[in-house]
Write a protein that binds this ligand. Structure first.
Ligand SMILES: CC(=O)N[C@H]1[C@@H](OP(=O)(O)OP(=O)(O)OC[C@H]2O[C@@H](n3ccc(=O)[nH]c3=O)[C@H](O)[C@@H]2O)O[C@H](CO)[C@@H](O)[C@@H]1O
Ligand SMILES: C=C(OP(=O)(O)O)C(=O)O
Length: 432
């Protein structure tokens, strides 16, 4: 088993480059199934385990896939299979995003029912409501969801009860080949939705309104392959911004797009962090003293739930009391127990965590309960006294490429090691 071992105390300095966004690339790969003609070429694809899982899902659907050097090529004009088994959906819930494209292309999909995960129960009834409104029959049984349509999906009006990112994407991908016009109301407005719409439009679709609360899609007869570069990962960028700030460092986050990160930039500035917006990225300079702020996670353009854990690490070091309220997922506070093991002073009250600071963090062995919790614990380790060992790295690898190497290049005292070698790292580090 591997661990990340970090010894706190070093300020981060230098420049770090952001990868393509995990949450943009997964729906974009799924959407490539829609291209009847030509190859789809996706660029800036990060080497994440989630990307490899999506590759397996497509291969299993008889789609030809090639992935090398950040370039993902999809050739989807063979006869498609229509089933995604649980072994993939269990690893990655975004596997469910192939349902919309399959329904649109071949009128049938059988996908294993996604279970809950560490952050919440995560139902998918809004996706299914959309498919049914477009005329599909949906049946759930034996751990699978089967959706079918005789002929083509029909354009219609769909109101989402919650602006779900996945439901917006899945329904968009189903509607691009439907007969007539689909209007989806109360949709998610995340930058990744806009990226998906841009991709679909380049393929020949007619999607309007992405990035606002209403998306209108005029169905077309067929789509073709195109070349597309996915947007930079705003959550990876935010993770490095917080890491820089907590150490009182000075880091340029290359590729970070301020427009995609308004809530984080605003909250970090409120805490006293200096953020300079450049054309090619953001420079982050950590202050001597961090100020407490309140955070409430919301759908975009609200504060992103995927930055909540990392931000909590920063708040532990801030002067005063901060209230972190999680409204998107019902159980996304698993990292609180781990922070407490590092001496964090945090109390949970319902959907809020009350963080009292500043606390001196202490190195401890902690487990990454989900991928952002993993990143947050590494961030806490950067300023903790002594060694912090972060385990359960499989979560981290879903969403971060080379986190250890990138932090090391910025000056962190950090190593990723096999468990039996962990003492070697400490011995070497102590000699230095
Ligand atoms: C691959 C990807 O892009 N993942 C992101 C996506 O996940 P995902 O697309 O799964 O997130 P959703 O926006 O769908 O979920 C948000 C909330 O809505 C609920 N819900 C969702 C659908 C539904 O049919 N019924 C329902 O109740 C969920 O349980 C959750 O509480 O958006 C989340 C919210 O920004 C992020 O944390 C994830 O990183
Ligand atoms: C929750 C996340 O992802 P997923 O929806 O893929 O689980 C995340 O990226 O923080």
């Amino acid at each position: 088993m591997e661990k990340i071992i970090v010894r706190g105390g070093n300020k981060l300095h230098g420049s770090v480059k952001v990868e393509g966004a995990k949450n943009a690339v997964l729906p974009v790969i799924a959407a490539s199934i829609l291209a009847e003609n030509g190859n789809s070429v996706i660029e800036e694809v990060p080497s994440l385990t989630d990307v490899y899982t999506m590759k397996e899902v497509l291969t299993n659907l008889n789609v030809a896939v090639d992935y090398e050097d950040g370039r993902f090529v999809v050739h989807a004009n063979r006869a498609l299979k229509t089933e995604a088994p649980f072994e993939y959906v269990r690893k990655m819930r975004a596997s469910f995003l192939v349902m919309g494209p399959l329904l649109a292309r071949v009128g049938r999909a059988r996908i294993a029912l996604p279970g809950g995960c560490a952050i919440g129960s995560r139902p998918i009834e809004q996706h299914l409501k959309g498919f049914e409104a477009m005329g599909a029959t949906v049946e759930i049984g034996n751990g699978f969801i089967e959706a079918r349509i005789d002929g083509k999906l029909q354009g219609t009006k769909i109101y989402l009860d919650f602006p779900s990112v996945g439901a917006t994407e899945n329904i968009m991908m189903a509607a691009v080949l439907a007969e007539g016009t689909t209007i989806i109301e109360n949709v998610a407005e995340e930058p990744e939705i806009v990226d998906l719409a841009n991709y679909l439009n380049a393929m020949g679709a007619k999607v309007r309104g992405a990035g606002t609360g209403v998306i209108k899609i005029e169905g077309v007869a067929a789509l073709h392959g195109v070349v597309h570069s996915v947007i930079p990962d705003r959550i990876e960028a935010g993770t490095f911004m917080v890491a820089a700030a907590i150490t009182g460092g000075d880091v340029f986050v290359e590729g970070a797009i301020a427009e995609h990160m308004r809530p984080l930039v605003a909250k970090m500035r409120e805490m006293g962090v200096e953020i300079q917006e450049g054309e090619t990225g953001l420079r982050v300079i950590g202050p001597e003293v961090l100020k407490a702020v309140d955070i409430k996670t919301m759908p975009h353009p609200g504060f992103p739930t995927d930055m909540q854990a990392q931000m909590m690490a920063l708040l532990i070091r801030a002067e005063g009391t901060s209230v972190v309220t999680e409204t998107v997922f019902e159980n996304r506070f698993m990292h609180v127990e781990e922070f407490r093991r590092m001496n964090g002073n945090i109390k949970i009250e319902g959907r809020s965590a009350i963080v009292s600071g500043p606390t001196s963090l202490q190195g401890a062995e902690v487990g990454a309960t989900d991928l952002r919790a993993g990143a947050a614990l590494v961030i806490a380790g950067l300023v903790a006294d002594g060694y912090t060992r972060v385990t359960e790295l499989k979560h981290l690898d879903r969403g971060y490429v080379g986190l250890t190497e990138k932090l090391k290049a910025l000056g962190a005292d950090i190593e990723r090691v096999e468990e039996q070698l962990e003492n070697e790292f400490e011995k070497t580090a102590e000699l230095l």
